[in-house]
Structure formats: C-alpha cells, structure tokens
Design a protein around this ligand. Structure first.
Ligand code: TNX
Length: 519
C-alpha cells in the first residue's frame, strides 16, 4: 500500500456500527463468477469481463471519501469486518483529489448518479480495484451484499479457513423494483427473543430486504411493554399458544432491535392488532370489554372471536397510549393497526373504529397500515393497505393509496410446503418454493397495478412454530424467493435460473447455520 498517496490515513472507529451475521459451520460454495454467479435477488444488469479476478488479501484496503459521513463509514466497516482477517479490518479516508492505492475497494456516494436509482448501486470490479458507487448509503449497503454473494461462502463464518477470496472482474448495475421488501414475524402466538429477531434481521439483509414487520399483539400474547398500561405486557404477555411462558420486549429491547435493524437498512414496522385479535389486551384491562369482565388468557389457535368494545369511549385513551408510546420509539413512519378477521362487529362499527384509529395514528406522526379488511373505510391516500386474500384493496388503489402485497396463496410462509411438511397450516393451500416465486405483484389483483404496489411482504404466522429453528424452516428458502420477487424486474426473472442460483446459496445458508426447509 502506498501510504504517501492516501495520507492522511485515518482509521475510523467502527466498533459501534459493525454487525455481521452469526454463524456456526463452514462450508464452501461453488466458485462464483462468469455466467454462473449465484446472486439473489438477481441484479438488473450483470456483465463479467473475462476470467480475471480481484483477489482480496492482506494488501487490500477499503476506502471512503473524506467527509462521507458516519453511515458510509459504517457500511465500509461492515464490509471490512466481513473480509477480515483476509485484510486488515480498517477503513481509510481518501482525500479529495487523492488517488487510490493498488488493490483498493472504494465505496463512494454520488448523489447525482442516475444509473442506479435511489436504492441502487454500480459495482465495477477490475483486477486492481473494486469501485462501488451509489446515490444513498442504502444503495452502498446493497452493493456490499452483492460483493458478499460474489465471494465464497467461507466469508460467512469467522472460523472458516480463509480460502482464496476472489471477485470476478465485471460490472453490475442494480436497483430494486419495489420500495417495500419485507417479512412479518408473528411473535404473539409464540414469542421470539431479541437475539432471534436479530438473526432474522441479519438474514433479511443478505437478500436486500428492508422491512421487518413485528406482529406484536394477538389473542395469545401482548409482546411490548407499554409503560402507562403495564398490565398489557404483564398479563397479556404472560403466556402463548400451548400455554408456554410467553414474554414481551421491554421498550429498551424494542429500541435495541430498531437500532440493530437500522444499521442494516431495515425498518421495523410495529403492529398492534385491533379491534379483533385482542384477547390478550381484553384479559389485561377489564374496561376494554363491553361487559367489563376480562376473559382468561387464551392459548388456543382459533381466530375471530375477540374485539375491543369499539362503542365505549373508555377504550380510546388506552389505545392512544399504546399508539403514542410505540410511535415514540419507532423512527420509521408507519404504525400497523392490524384490522383483520373481526367477526363480532357490524361493518359500520368496524369502519368507524378504523377511521378513528387512522386519526390517532396520524396525530402521533405516523402513517397507518392495516390488513386488507380496512380498505372499505374512509382511508387517506397516505394510509397503506396490506392485502392477504383477494380483498377490496383495489378500492384503496383507486383513491391513490398504496398496497403491500402479501397474498396467502403465494407467500404465506406459515403454509406447509406440501402434505409432508410437519409444521405449518394449510388453509390457503400448499406454498412450494416455486409458488412463492412464480407470481407478479403488479398484476395479481385486478385494479391494483404496478404503480399502486408499494411492495411485497411475506408473513410468518407462528401458531405451530415454537423455536427459532421452526421459524427458519418455514421461512427458508421461500423468503429468498420473495426477496427476488420484491427486487428483480419481472422480465428478468425465471424459475430455472432462480433454482440454479438458489442451489448456490445452500453452502452460504449452511455456513450461517440456517435451518432451511425444502426446495
Ligand atoms: C390469518 S392473515 C390471520 C392470522 C393467522 C393466519 C394463519 C391475517 C391478517 N390473519 O391471524 O395467524 O391466518 O395463517
């Protein structure tokens, strides 16, 4: 390295912002490169130049422009940690007009870069230099994930003997099809702890997904501390399906998850399901019930039987406290009110409730999201409808609103793969990996065209899932298919190619210790 040309050399402090996936067992991947790369989601444009490669070794350095800012430094630090100990885990500043040493990886923000779009990136690899350019730090992070997937699976495991880390020479220009590329975890039916959630965050990041929706309340459990209404978590969080211990996130733990996810460009979207799916809340505060009698906590898996007393004025201060406290610790702009499967209210009662909640959510500075059932209410165009069955979300598209596509028959990750799958449900059918891959979010619902689709999100309901391994076996590999549906333009997609690339992910998933289900 020519220190002269990079002076002043500054080693940036990265400890606070480096995060890398945990892992358990090393396994090699087939060599990436040529036409046979294994990148998922498939980038918009990939060109490999020749048989030449960039070799990562102890001479390799990572550079960011001076003054690029902490977030760029963090992304560079994430890459440095991933490549250590092949190189020294240090990020260096490049002075204006300074030239790069040989064997440099340069991460650069260019806000005027038109090729890649807001979340896109351009990656150029030559034997001497790797240049990653993006308009935003998110784009840089996605480019780093592409670099990661071009490297052998051994980079996923800190204990793996570092085989030759090489990148094929070439150029990738890439940007996502949809803004919303998400997953939902139901931590209500069975509770998952902070470290389990972080593990999912790590895995979402690998596939360029950017939303993690947490289903924080349901009949069986209330999973977040509300300081002004402590019984919600104390009583409502005391059990789960099957009668286990349950649990809940303290607000500090929730904030820890939010911050951890933000470092990997993943927004946490909190959901408090109402007016139905509320038995845990009803058991905690008698005044939420029309008869003021709290029901016992519920550990079965029926749906549709509970509802808060929507015509009673006394419930709204409680719901306002809930929305206020959660909104205050949620930097993302969304609050999800659920709204699904309410069988005990009239349509008028239901609609009035949804409209009132929309006001409360907006008053707390958030945009409301609700499941498809909310569409017939008078919704603002800023409200988002999450479609899960063929519902009336076209009504919302017609008023200029956006729709998140979560069709149960395609991407419900709690549906069995087939009749031999041990865990999961099958009310929407079997969802094979191909089922989750082969569909078009832009044409799936009549009246909800491409421009009305905010993106895709795969829910993972947990009636039958207890341990994080159970969640993983249902999510993987189908979630990887959903990641490609959300990112890659339809004309570029194809099952055969995806299947081949998915095969190439196997070693990586094994190195990460992911309990992947079937193909
Ligand atoms: C329907 S999808 C539900 C959930 C269940 C799920 C099981 C939706 C908005 N509601 O309450 O857990 O089916 O697949």
């Amino acid at each position: 390295m020519n220190i002269q040309r990079t002076l002043p050399l500054v080693v940036l402090v990265l400890a606070a912002c480096t995060a890398r996936p945990p892992a358990t067992a090393p396994l090699p991947l087939p060599r990436a490169g040529g036409a046979g790369h294994g990148i998922i989601p498939l980038p918009a444009s990939v060109r490999f130049d020749s048989a030449q490669t960039f070799v990562v070794d102890t001479l390799t350095t990572i550079h960011v422009d001076r003054g690029a800012g902490t977030v760029v430094e963090c992304v560079a630090g994430y890459l440095a940690t991933m490549l250590a100990p092949a190189l020294k885990a240090e990020v260096q500043e490049l002075a204006p007009g300074g030239s790069l040493p040989a064997k440099a990886i340069h991460l650069r923000i260019d806000s005027a870069n038109a090729a890649a779009g807001a979340e896109g990136y351009e990656l150029t690899i030559t034997p001497g230099t790797v240049t990653l350019v993006a308009r935003t730090t998110a784009g840089l992070f996605y480019g780093v994930q592409t670099i990661r997937q071009l490297l052998p699976a051994s980079v996923e495991h800190p204990a793996a003997l570092k085989r030759l880390l090489t990148l094929p020479a070439g150029r990738i220009v890439d940007s996502p099809r949809f803004e919303w590329r998400g997953m939902m975890l139901d931590v209500s039916r069975h509770f998952l702890g902070v470290s389990d959630i972080k593990r999912f965050v790590d895995l979402l990041a690998l596939y360029k997904m950017n939303r993690l929706h947490l289903h924080l309340s349901d009949d069986q459990g209330w999973r977040i501390e509300i300081k002004s209404r402590p019984e919600l978590a104390n009583i409502g969080g005391s059990t789960q399906v099957g009668g286990g211990r349950g649990g809940y996130f303290t607000q500090a733990e929730y904030s820890e998850i939010v911050a951890y996810a933000a470092r990997q460009f993943i927004m946490i979207v909190p959901e408090i399901d109402m007016p139905g799916h509320t038995n845990a809340a009803l058991a905690s505060y008698p005044e939420l019930n029309c008869n003021k009698v709290p029901p016992p906590v519920y550990t079965g898996i029926r749906v549709g039987f509970s509802a808060v007393c929507v015509d009673s004025a006394v419930i709204y201060p409680i719901l306002e406290d809930v929305v206020r406290e959660i909104s205050a610790i949620t930097p993302g702009p969304y609050f999800h009110i659920g709204g699904d499967e309410v069988k005990t209210l009239t349509p008028v009662q239901y609609r009035r409730f949804v409209e009132r909640m929309q006001g409360i959510v907006n008053a707390n500075g958030k945009r409301m999201i609700g499941w498809g059932e909310i569409a017939p209410a008078q919704l603002l165009p800023s409200t988002v409808v999450q479609s899960w069955i063929k519902d009336s979300s076209a009504v919302h598209a017609a008023r200029g609103g956006k729709v998140i596509m979560s069709p149960a028959k395609k991407i419900y990750l709690d549906m069995k793969y087939d009749s031999s799958t041990v865990l999961g449900l099958s009310w929407a059918g079997f969802n094979q990996v191909r089922t989750s891959y082969d569909w078009n979010p832009g044409t799936f619902i009549q009246g909800v065209g491409e421009s009305s689709v905010l993106g895709v999100e795969a829910p993972l309901w947990s009636e039958t899932l207890v341990k994080v391994e159970d969640f993983e076996s249902m999510a993987f590999p189908r979630l990887i298919a959903v990641a490609e549906v959300g990112w890659t333009r339809g004309v570029l997609m194809g099952w055969e190619g995806f299947q081949r690339r998915l095969g190439m992910q196997a070693g990586r998933l094994a190195a990460l210790g992911v309990n992947s289900g079937r193909r």
